[in-house]
Design a protein around this ligand. Structure first.
Ligand code: PMP
Length: 416
């Protein structure tokens, strides 16, 4: 393997090597990346999640304080005093663990409360909790779709959706391409028992939004069901933070809503909202729910977070002021931010080594971003990805813009 051209994916299965030999080769690749200063996974922080964080950089022999643009804690709720208090009250009164899976005694009132709260947030009655958003997608799809079924997925959906489709038939349509979706819907009509069209509300790498109104119309016209993962939409988009489904007014058009408590809600866990009998089916048939220990009483903080989306809309307002400021600033400087309409802002570069170098220089300038490349995006679509937070100040964002101007002089990202 040529380390200069390699990606993590190339080490998943090396022909002729057993699992341990593969790991040894991968270790050499990690050492190579580290020597180049390009190993940007698992950077350790010791401060709370926030608009600035302390990062441990052993190669710099110490800690740096950087503006943080890597957190999905969009509203700053992981640090909100009322939410922290609700978590502490939960732990004080009910302890640190729930003791069992829901099938055998690990189901408590706080799980019921949260299921009702998140369903009610979307005007629905029924929801089921999973340990993460990843599991919510993978477990639900795995439970519902079998050999006789078809998953029709936007090619840019999250990895957890792909994992959920491993045991069924899958067809990808080009990202947000309605003609391609319609072709697949029309051609697959008679062949399958159940067909799910599966999209993200907000896409995690480009920050753009599914054309959900037209997708819903097509899906139902062709007799399929619609599944929307709005992990990055909740709390961020929609007039009252109810995500992409609110933006398009489609509360009655989406058959299955999935999402996570780990982003704007500042905690951890996943959920699925659907008609009551479908949620019940999952509660009794989905192995990852039935046989995995339920969430801790700390989820009482999520109940408070959901209330605060309505009670303190100021966080969503501040988030949008920041998104607009950063996006407009980067665009005015000539950077390509694509079609983002959310708190995920990419600066598209294309070339992988340039992207890695830009990420490294930004970090040296105290600006912590995520360089994203294959296989998370296609080989020619490398970019620096940023997540804006409500708690960033103008001074933070100006530091980011200045750092980008400097990096552009050195790495040449914008077109002359
Ligand atoms: N869906 C999307 C679109 C995501 O970006 C993520 C977050 N990585 C997930 C699902 C998974 O959520 P979680 O981090 O809670 O497992």
């Amino acid at each position: 393997i040529d380390f200069n051209k390699a990606s993590f994916k190339d080490f998943e299965n090396i022909p002729g090597s057993d699992a341990l030999a593969t790991a040894a080769e991968f270790q050499q690749y990690l050492n190579f990346l580290k020597e180049q200063g390009h190993l940007n996974y698992r950077i350790e922080s010791r401060s709370p999640v926030g608009p600035e964080m302390d990062l441990i950089l052993p190669e710099k022999s110490g800690t740096i304080r950087a503006v943080c643009l890597v957190s999905n804690d969009y509203l700053g709720f992981s640090q909100h005093p009322l939410i922290k208090q609700a978590v502490m009250d939960g732990i004080r009164d009910y302890g640190t663990g729930s003791g069992a899976s829901p099938a055998i005694g690990g189901h408590f009132f706080y799980h019921e409360l949260l299921e009702g709260k998140i369903a009610g947030f979307y005007g629905k009655t029924d929801a089921i909790l999973y340990t993460t958003g990843y599991t919510a997608n993978s477990a639900t799809l795995q439970c519902l779709l079998h050999q006789q079924d078809l998953a029709i997925v936007d090619m840019a959906v999250h990895a957890s959706v792909y994992e959920g489709c491993l045991k069924t038939n899958t067809k990808q349509f080009l990202h947000n391409n309605l003609d391609h979706l319609e072709q697949i819907l029309a051609a697959s009509r008679e062949t399958y028992r159940t067909r799910f069209v599966i999209v993200d509300g907000v896409y995690s790498q480009d920050g753009d939004i599914a054309f959900l109104d037209r997708i819903a119309e097509l899906t139902h016209r062709y007799g399929a069901y619609l599944v929307v993962d709005d992990a990055h939409g909740i709390g961020v988009v929609g007039e009252t933070g109810r995500g992409v489904i609110e933006m398009f007014g489609l509360f009655d058009q989406v058959d299955i809503i999935t999402g996570t408590f780990s982003k704007a809600l500042g905690n951890i866990g996943g959920y699925v909202i659907a008609r009551p009998e479908l949620v019940n089916y999952l509660k009794y048939q989905s192995k990852q729910h039935l046989f995995s220990t339920t969430a801790t009483p700390a989820i009482l903080g999520i109940v408070k977070a959901i209330e605060l989306i309505d009670e303190e809309p100021v966080w969503q307002d501040r988030l949008w002021e920041n998104i607009t400021y950063l996006k407009d600033g980067l665009t005015a400087m000539g950077f390509d931010v694509g079609t983002t309409a959310s708190a995920v802002i990419p600066v598209k570069i294309g070339h992988i080594p340039k992207t890695l170098e830009a990420g490294k220089l930004l970090l040296e300038a105290g600006v912590y971003t995520n360089p994203i490349m294959y296989p998370a995006v296609s080989r020619k679509n490398a970019r620096i990805r940023m997540n804006v937070m409500a708690t960033h100040t103008r001074a933070h964002l100006d530091r980011v813009l200045n750092a980008f101007a400097d990096v552009d002089r050195r790495v040449k990202i914008t077109k002359p």
